[in-house]
Design a protein around this ligand. Sequence first.
Ligand SMILES: N[C@@H](CCC(=O)N[C@@H](CS)C(=O)NCC(=O)O)C(=O)O
Length: 219
Amino acid sequence: MTPVLVSHPLCPYVQRAAIVLAEKGVPYERRDIDLAAKPDWFLAVSPLGKTPVLLAGGAALFESAVICEYLDETHAPRLHPSDALLRAQQRSWMEFGSALLNLIGGFYNAADERALAAKAAEIHARFGQVEAALGEGPYFMGEQFGMVDAVFGPVFRYFDVFDTIAEFGMLAGLPRSAAWRAALAARPSVRQAAPANYPDLLRAFLLKRGAALSVRMVR
Ligand SMILES: N[C@@H](CCC(=O)N[C@@H](CS)C(=O)NCC(=O)O)C(=O)O
């Protein structure tokens, strides 16, 4: 049976799974739900009430990292390295990517300009750490696209919309991070992971926050 990815169009965690599915050429059905009015069938398969959920093999898998790992173990090509230590390092950086998503949430929910600038500076500092971990590229591990790339594609997708609002300098002076962002933006799996109207949907979502960033958008 075709796997079903239970999704929300703006969810960066869903995008991770969509990227991994695309990298492996696995056909799947994407089923979007309204997270503001979660249907009963969704609550029955998502114990935490969150997207993504992957319905596959008669099971419902939740938590994006778990879904990605399952897909990596069951479908070629492997995105993780075969060496256990290198694989563990990739997982560490996947966690780092999740921490960045939390910071991004703090950024777009910041109540005032001061908090907004502080969050932008924090994100910039985190990317300073990423910069130090990056090699020659084009991807996180080098020539081969991997799981950390699937995690950071959706992170950079936020920046594409933030950049239309103002220059927040999140990657200022970080050439390797900037080059990595460009490489991920060009990757077909990353491009198709969100709907074509994602920028409009994200802008509408950000406007509704009533946060400092929303105020910037209507200035
Ligand atoms: N740790 C989870 C996070 C998933 C998550 O936060 N999903 C959000 C949408 S992007 C969600 O479903 N939120 C709904 C809610 O918390 O009620 C994962 O990696 O899958």
